[in-house]
Design a protein around this ligand. Structure first.
Ligand code: AKG
Ligand code: FE2
Length: 359
């Protein structure tokens, strides 16, 4: 029996005393390695729904062993240049997909952190209380048999690997939330307000991630799926990443390896409770981006829709989750938006339906 709302996968982040089962997620593929389970208070949360994952073909025996956290790669001019050249060929008129941003509703809160490729932040996207309600999902122990304790280590797929020239690993605790969970309703509503043409069916299940201070993070990677993963059933490619910081953190920024901020330093977004970060993993363009970019006097609302080409990743969007400080914990919620309807699979086929959301 699955819990009616959240938790298919909860995991123990702490790398210290006990691990029961360790898993790695390589984008949509879950790979596992089993460990001897020391006596642990958490062991009764481990359920046999591993079999469910196996049946779904998501388990294999691969295992990423090492856990280097964001390596200090140097700013790669050549990579950025190559992407810029690709971008020149991507006139918005030639881009099929459109992702309208509702500037009218949120103009005071939206900040353009980077214009090309577009990276935006939205402060107070969610209220403190709404963030707290989501955080509570992480504190509830899943009823026996409904969740399990796993450790997730995420690596970029081979194709990504080739692009960004590095293997990214994640060390974190990850929860997946059912669409019907009341706590995520405000988040889903806010998403649809910000991106009014997006259908909920295009969204992956809400993912909550917790990084423990000092030692956990997520290395350089791109959010696009590999060609074999961006299937019709998956809903094609990920066209937008929406990430919400659920608590304030001194450290633990989301860093964009090849983008520069206003201060000409590597672009980094600090975790502020309720702040959203939006960017587009595929090549994008915007109808009036050029004009607006050249004229500082144009109001922000003159930025038009973001157009995208879902067949081409924008390698300039390589990013990482910096480890929070020693005494901090970083909590985020994340949703990936696909070009087409996405079939959620984390809870098992058909077990977490978009229409449970009842917005
Ligand atoms: O933790 C972060 O700031 C970034 C997380 C991320 O990029 C991801 O989960 O894909
Ligand atoms: Fe990412």
């Amino acid at each position: 029996m699955l819990h009616p709302y959240h938790y298919h996968a909860a995991l123990l982040a702490s790398s210290q005393s006990y691990h029961c089962l360790e898993y790695a997620i390589d984008k949509r593929r879950l790979v596992s390695s089993e460990h001897k389970c020391p006596k642990s208070t958490l062991s009764n949360h481990i359920s046999d729904d591993v079999d469910l994952w196996k049946a779904d073909g998501l388990l294999s025996n691969e295992w990423a062993s090492s856990l280097p956290l964001p390596e200090n790669a140097l700013y790669d001019e050549s990579l950025a240049d190559r992407s810029r050249i690709a971008m020149n060929g991507a006139h918005p008129a030639a881009l099929e997909g459109r992702c309208r941003i509702n500037f009218q509703a949120l103009s005071d809160q939206i900040q353009w952190l980077h214009i090309d490729p577009p990276v935006l932040s939205v402060d107070n996207f969610m209220s403190d209380n709404e963030c707290d309600e989501i955080l509570k999902l992480q504190d509830v122990s899943p009823p026996p048999g409904s969740g399990r304790v796993i450790r997730i280590e995420s690596r970029v797929s081979d194709s990504n690997n080739e692009r960004s020239g590095t293997t990214a690993v994640r060390s974190s605790t990850t929860w997946y939330v059912r669409f019907g969970a009341p706590a995520v309703k405000p988040l889903l509503r806010a998403l649809l307000q910000l991106l009014p043409d997006v259908k909920l069916e295009q969204c992956e299940e809400v993912q909550l991630v917790r990084y423990q201070g000092g030692c956990q993070g997520f290395g350089w990677h791109e959010d696009t799926l590999g060609v074999n993963e961006a299937t019709l059933e998956a809903g094609g490619q990920r066209i937008a990443t929406l990430l919400i910081y659920l608590n304030d953190c001194e450290n633990g920024r989301t860093l964009f390896r090849d983008l520069r901020g206003e201060d000409n330093q590597r672009l980094g977004v600090s975790p502020r409770k309720g702040r959203a970060l939006l960017f587009f993993p595929c090549i994008t363009g915007s109808t009036i981006l050029g004009e607006a970019a050249a004229r500082a006097d144009l109001p922000r609302t003159t930025f038009g829709d973001v157009y995208f080409d879902q067949t081409r990743a924008d390698h300039r969007t390589v990013h990482a989750g910096e480890p929070p400080g020693n005494n901090e914990q970083k909590n985020i919620a994340q949703i990936w938006i696909h070009s087409l309807e996405h079939s959620p699979r984390v809870f098992g086929r058909g077990l977490n339906r978009h229409d449970e959301a009842s917005l």
